[in-house]
Design a protein around this ligand. Structure first.
Ligand code: ZN
Length: 242
């Protein structure tokens, strides 16, 4: 593995359109548009209103990964209840030119995180021996997120080129975003992908960028204003996001 440090200049904050806690309570609609997300950065992840697919924001373009695993470019008028974005260039670049086992992948990525107390954006490009990802079918509002784990579709890809994007979030921000790694995958032809469940890279380049701050949106929707938090967020997230 080789590392190059590309720069140490001031970085953009990570924009988070709403606390993840709202999604856990089943609030699947907000007024934030894809156009607003794209103004906040060129790299990100999230979902769409009614959980209509997984989101990848890559090189400034927003893709929706459908439950069949097909990707579609999304216009600026579509809305999202939850998305993250940042302006990404990369502070560091690491090359893994030997295969990494599925069981070692998460640990290898976490080893690159210099401090557990900042947020970091990831961009991983290259060739994978194996990738497992999922997407969810469109939901009705208010169905608790934990119920949706049963409805997800899981895809497996072997010997595939692609890109993984996402974030590392410190544990003290757990109500705002999933603590630890949250990554989404899209194939190099930008035609398939989903929320990443597992990966075994063959030859990849990993770019990492720290965020000195977060910008958190608080939706002014009735659902959000009236939200009464009742669910065990950590238990629910373990069912659906891990
Ligand atoms: Zn996800």
């Amino acid at each position: 593995m080789s590392q190059t440090t590309t720069s140490r200049k001031a970085r953009a904050p990570v924009f988070i359109s709403a606390p993840l806690a709202a999604l856990v309570e089943g609030i699947y609609r907000a007024d934030t548009t894809i156009g607003e997300i794209r103004k906040k950065g060129n790299l990100g992840i999230g979902t769409f209103n009614d959980l209509d697919g997984e989101m990848v924001l890559l090189d400034g373009l927003v893709y929706c990964l459908r439950p069949q695993g097909d990707a579609e470019l999304i216009g600026d008028d579509v809305r999202t209840p939850f998305a993250l974005a940042t302006q990404f260039e990369g502070d560091t670049e690491d090359r893994f030119d030997v295969p990494v086992a599925e069981s070692d992948f998460e640990h290898a990525m976490l080893d690159l995180v210099p401090s557990p107390n900042l947020m970091y954006a990831f961009r991983i490009d290259g060739h994978f021996n194996y990738v497992r990802a999922r997407s969810v079918p469109k939901q009705s509002n208010y169905l608790p997120l934990a119920e949706i784990a049963k409805l997800q579709t899981v895809f497996e890809y072997h010997d595939i080129e692609g890109t993984i994007v996402g974030f590392y979030t410190p544990t003290f921000l757990a109500g705002v975003h999933l603590a630890g790694l949250h990554l989404h995958f899209i194939t190099a032809d930008r035609l398939k992908g989903g929320h990443l469940l597992a990966a075994a890279p063959k030859d990849i380049t990993v770019k990492l960028q720290h965020a000195p701050a977060i910008e958190l949106g608080l939706p002014m929707t009735f659902d959000f204003l009236a939200m009464d938090r009742t669910r065990d967020m950590e238990a629910d997230l373990n069912k659906v996001e891990r």
